[in-house]
Design a protein around this ligand. Structure first.
Ligand code: ADP
Length: 334
């Protein structure tokens, strides 16, 4: 159980559900996405038609599922939740699509992991609200067209670039979710503290916010760990020191880097002299799947200016050497 893993685990889901903003005006940050989405939704409501399909791209924990729920709530429409890996065959998707009610919002998380045949079925469903059910095999197979109720697809992916162009092009609106800045995370934390009945002074909120990797899910999780620590060690008061001590205990450093981030940097610096090194070689060196390194660690390291992705591979920046307390070797300076 990595404390800064961006994925929700175990009983965390119940707490997350309680902390989710329910309406667009409670959703913190992402000002541009919020404004664009608000226009899309308002105009759909005026025209009394389901809005265009929405694609959200961004790292885990930035609020994609929350926004999908908000879209349904703002439209007063029912919501169906599923995920790409759960849709293995076209039939799995047909079963969902054929039971949607008019105007329903269908959320497909990790939409880039859907199987190919399902993806092709989705193209037609998105465009014409129709699917072809193939009956039989080989030369005798027939396609039976089936109308489906007009619906709104909300897809989420960690990177829009992972989607094939024909799928990406069928979304009328693409929302790029950015990492949150420290003051936005402070707002998220103050709201969560209120809901959890935790007293959170500004200095404590600031200390947690700046170590949360720009990610609300991580901010909320760190808040709960810091609250536990403060209850046991300092009478429940979350001062700057309590927050900092608690987070060091959980191996979250002053810039919010966790064990995996530091392992990646450490391998890049010590084993590969700062790079360039390919993603899969780097992943093997830290004992992780390439996708974990690419989706979980890298976006944050790149954003912090510690790592660069170049055509020749991953490269450490001068800031990375400094952050890890190491001297830049002379030959790494080119
Ligand atoms: P994703 O689907 O992108 O992985 P989620 O929507 O599940 O992320 O969000 C994870 C947690 O972070 C939720 O508990 C949610 O309450 C919180 N959260 C995310 N974005 C925001 C936001 N903009 N304002 C307040 N809380 C947020």
């Amino acid at each position: 159980d990595e404390i800064v893993s961006p994925d929700a685990e175990g009983d965390e889901r119940a707490v997350e559900a309680a902390l989710r903003p329910k309406r667009l005006d409670e959703f913190v940050g992402q000002a541009r996405v919020r404004e664009q989405l608000s226009l899309v939704l308002q105009s759909a409501l005026r025209r009394n038609r389901p809005p265009d399909h929405v694609l959200m791209s961004g790292s885990p924990g930035l609020g994609k599922t929350t926004l999908a729920m908000i879209i349904a709530a703002e439209l007063g429409a029912p919501l169906r939740l599923t995920a790409g890996p759960a849709i293995e065959r076209a039939g799995d998707l047909a079963a969902i699509l054929s039971t949607l009610s008019e105007g329903e919002v269908l959320f497909i998380d990790e939409i880039h992991r859907m199987s190919r045949p399902a993806e092709e079925m989705l193209y037609m469903a998105m465009e014409d609200f129709r699917v072809d059910i193939v009956v039989g095999k080989g030369p005798g197979a027939t396609a039976i067209p089936l109308d489906i109720a007009p619906f709104t697809l909300v897809g989420a992916t960690t990177r829009a670039g992972l989607l094939p162009a024909p799928l990406r092009d069928r979304f009328g609106f693409v929302a790029h979710m950015e990492f949150y800045d420290v003051s936005e995370l402070e707002q998220v934390l103050r709201r969560s503290a209120r809901l959890l009945g935790v007293e959170l002074p500004d200095e404590g909120a600031h200390e947690i916010a700046r170590r949360s990797r720009g990610t609300p899910r991580i901010a909320n999780r760190l808040l709960r760990r810091v609250r536990d620590y403060a209850e046991v060690r300092s009478g429940g008061v979350i001062t700057r020191e309590t927050a900092a001590d608690a987070l060091s205990l959980y191996e979250v450093d002053g810039e919010g880097l966790d064990r995996l981030d530091r392992a990646v940097l450490d391998a890049l610096l010590r084993k590969f002299g700062g790079g360039p090194v390919g993603l899969s070689t780097l992943a093997i060196a830290v004992g992780e799947e390439p996708e974990t390194v690419e989706v979980v660690a890298e976006p944050f390291l790149v954003r912090q200016g510690l790592l660069a992705r170049t055509p020749r591979g991953r490269v450490a920046t001068a800031a990375a050497w400094a952050h890890m307390g190491m001297q830049v070797p002379l030959d790494a300076l080119g």
